[in-house]
Design a protein around this ligand. Sequence first.
Ligand code: MEV
Length: 434
Amino acid sequence: MLGMNVTKVESRIPGFYNLTLAERLGELVRRGAISEADSRILSGAAGLTPEHADHMVENAAGVFALPLGIAMNFVVNGRDVLVPMVIEEPSVVAGASFMARLARAGGGFTAHTTPPEMIGQIQVLDVPDPAAARLAILERQDELLAEVDVIDPVLKHLGGGARRLEVRLVDSSPVGPFLVVHIIYDVRDAMGANAVNTAAERLAPRLQAISGGRAHLRILSNLSDRRLARARCTIRLADLGIEDFSPEQVRDGIVAAWAFAAVDPYRAATHNKGIMNGVDAVVIATGNDWRAVEAGAHAYAARSGRYTSLSTWECSRQGDLVGTLEMPLAVGIVGGSTRVHPAAGACLRLMGIQSANQLAEVIVSVGLAQNLAALRALATEGIQRGHMSLHARQVAIAAGAQGEQIDRLAQQLVQQNSVRIDRAQEILEQWRQT
Ligand code: MEV
């Protein structure tokens, strides 16, 4: 089912932006990027229904839609990929597409992932001799692993399963010392929460018996730092100039902007938020748990004890701009809403995704592109100029503009330098009276 679109579809579609909504989907079908059926799903006509929602959450009352845009120009590990992004914020899809175009000229994104290993935690309280209990648990590691390895035979068959145990002794806490046992579980193409939580619960009574303590919490950790995704890209110096800024100024401005995030948590939070604009948009489009990814990203950013940037930007030996991003990415392509939400399936097929690791490689690349889009704007003309014209369209719609009025009103608001809903309503009222 996910096999579609492994044939090469170029991610560079000049003029895509200027097409109408229907023409864009038609173009994707014509190029073989999506099927007719998926084009109906992506358009919203055949997407998530209230009936689906009723099976997903309690007290379902309906569904809530968000815009879905397609980022162009991405090349990840030599493969063109059209990237679906679900996001309400203007400028994000355009920013990612433009930066992917610059990266494309420098060879695209090179991304890789560590094995999809998740961590399940078991807290063991009231252990009489914690140091000895720690070793007793480790001595029986093989036996304990064998017990949880059989939890999911399908996962096992696909090469996943229990990998190892880690036992930490917490010397002091508000409730005194305790043990923390980590079960490291390879979840292959799943996000893995179910398998890992089951494993943690299954191990708990055995750990109690071995340690003489009391197993308390049994839950996965969202700091999935064994499941990392990494991407890097090179932006050629010659491609960096903009209007009043030389390529060197833009490059050095981006490096200085990154340096700010590297040393200052106040800036790092915003810098990483920009990365997550790209990451979350694809995580959501593929039906994955964006809260888990967010939690993991920020915890990872603080792993040294001081919250810092998830990315780096440097000047290469040749004088080009080089960016990297490393972050935990617990995403799956099987199970959960990745399979229930019709649009999630369509988005995975659009990208031609074959494994959870491959999905993570695309997502981390989008995060890096998005980070670059923000830094490039901030280091030069600021983000408001580009932002305002898109924001003005939203203000125009909110004020009640329809059809061709939307662009006309938005333009007028930007020209008058007053992108405000009260002004938009005033102008609309004037138009109605004339
Ligand atoms: C806005 O959604 C994201 C930015 O604030 C990110 C950044 O400052 O790097 C522009």
